[in-house]
Design a protein around this ligand. Structure first.
Ligand SMILES: *Cc1c(COP(=O)(O)O)cnc(C)c1O
Length: 364
């Protein structure tokens, strides 16, 4: 073999041939509204406490493999009478989902999702050798129990993924729908609530269904509302047996001493970390109202982003925004761009840039 082989020279798994690494362009531009981050950093007092916690952690020893203290803080944050045994976490919900599919998916098994939805799900499926099957949402991007249960009957998945509020549409699936689905299947039903804190009804969480359904997994993350995307901490709540299954497939010591230390500080300051959520909800609603007033189509969103469109060539619109220093995401249904809610200054920059976009809309 040549000393510096190309990928084609290596015995790569056949299903990885031609694949590209994920995904969203990371560009150094003034206004980043592309990955649904919370734009408000923690206070310097909290950052000092994080630095102290890093200083105090032990680095010559392995960290607590079961990260019991952190799981207790996560359980306390979630409430609903959850304990350490109900909570699992990893480096972002990306890794949590990989644990769930590693335990409950695998060769010969299927995971079912409802499109349009989160673009990472097919990658978790591929990496865990789980077949990925999708069924379209209704025309308004909602789900009803009949649609989900029919899809389960048709595809017999071992894992079903329902994202609410959904990314990239922002659509909520009502609790009554989830309840009917859970009553009608023994598959693992993962409800991905990555954006739940931004919902108009955050108290309507699938956590309330956990006491009744042992096959329910509620997935959360500190990356969005919690303003901790760089800290990499995702987690789930479920029956203790689900947590035990994740413990089988995780790599030992997957959460480093510094991740455990810093995430614990963030959770002890949950009120401060979440303080801007109300501002971001208002920014989302204002973004939708202003874009609609400017003649754009928007999709009603319960998350911290809004789909704005529709362009005949959305890539051209995306480029025109980028040329003005505003990065949004080229994703979702045809003709739409997804715009994250930002600070008032970022929102002004977006609307000013949008006013100068002249890419033709659909039907123009
Ligand atoms: C952003 C997002 C996540 C969170 O991913 P992390 O790995 O925790 O940063 C999970 N699910 C959905 C649908 C998301 O949009």
């Amino acid at each position: 073999m040549r000393p510096e082989p190309t990928l084609a020279d290596l015995p790569l798994r056949p299903e990885l041939v031609g694949e590209e690494p994920y995904g969203a362009p990371q560009l150094d531009v003034p206004v980043c509204l592309n990955v649904n981050e919370n734009p408000y950093p923690p206070s310097s007092a909290t950052l000092d406490e994080m630095a102290e916690a890093i200083r105090a952690a032990a680095y010559h020893r392995y960290p607590d493999r079961e990260f019991v203290a952190l799981r207790q803080l996560l359980a306390d944050y979630l409430g609903h009478a959850l304990g350490v045994e109900n909570v699992w976490a990893a480096n972002g919900s990306n890794e949590v989902m990989t644990h769930v599919l590693g335990a409950f998916g695998g060769p010969g098994r299927r995971v079912l999702t409802f499109t349009p939805t989160y673009s990472m799900y097919p990658e978790y499926a591929r990496n865990t050798h789980t077949e990925y099957v999708t069924v379209p949402r209704r025309a308004d991007y909602t789900l009803d129990a009949g649609l989900v249960l029919d899809a389960i009957a048709a595809h017999d998945p071992s894992v079903v993924l329902v994202t609410t509020p959904n990314n990239p549409t922002g659509t909520t699936t009502p609790l009554a729908v989830l309840e009917e689905v859970l009553a009608g299947t023994d598959a693992i039903v993962v409800v991905d609530e990555a954006y739940q804190e931004f919902s108009r009804t955050p108290q309507d969480t699938a956590l309330t269904l956990l006491p009744r359904f042992g096959n329910l997994v509620v997935s959360r993350t500190m990356s969005k509302a919690f303003a901790f995307a760089g800290g990499r901490l995702g987690y789930l709540a479920a029956a203790p047996a689900v947590v035990d299954a994740c413990r089988i497939v995780r790599l030992p010591y997957h959460l480093s001493a510094q991740t455990q230390a810093v995430a614990s500080v963030a959770l002890r300051h949950a009120d401060e970390m979440l303080a801007r959520v109300a501002d971001l909800r208002a920014a989302r609603d204002d973004l939708a109202t202003r874009a609609a007033a400017a003649g754009y189509e928007v999709v009603e969103s319960d998350a911290n982003f809004v789909l704005v469109g529709r362009w005949a060539d959305r890539h051209r619109a995306w480029q025109q925004l980028l040329d003005q220093g505003v990065l949004v995401r080229e994703t979702g249904p045809e003709g739409f761009l997804r715009v994250s809610a930002g600070t008032p200054e970022e929102m002004e920059a977006f609307h000013a840039a949008l006013a100068r976009v002249d890419a033709p809309r659909m039907g123009e």
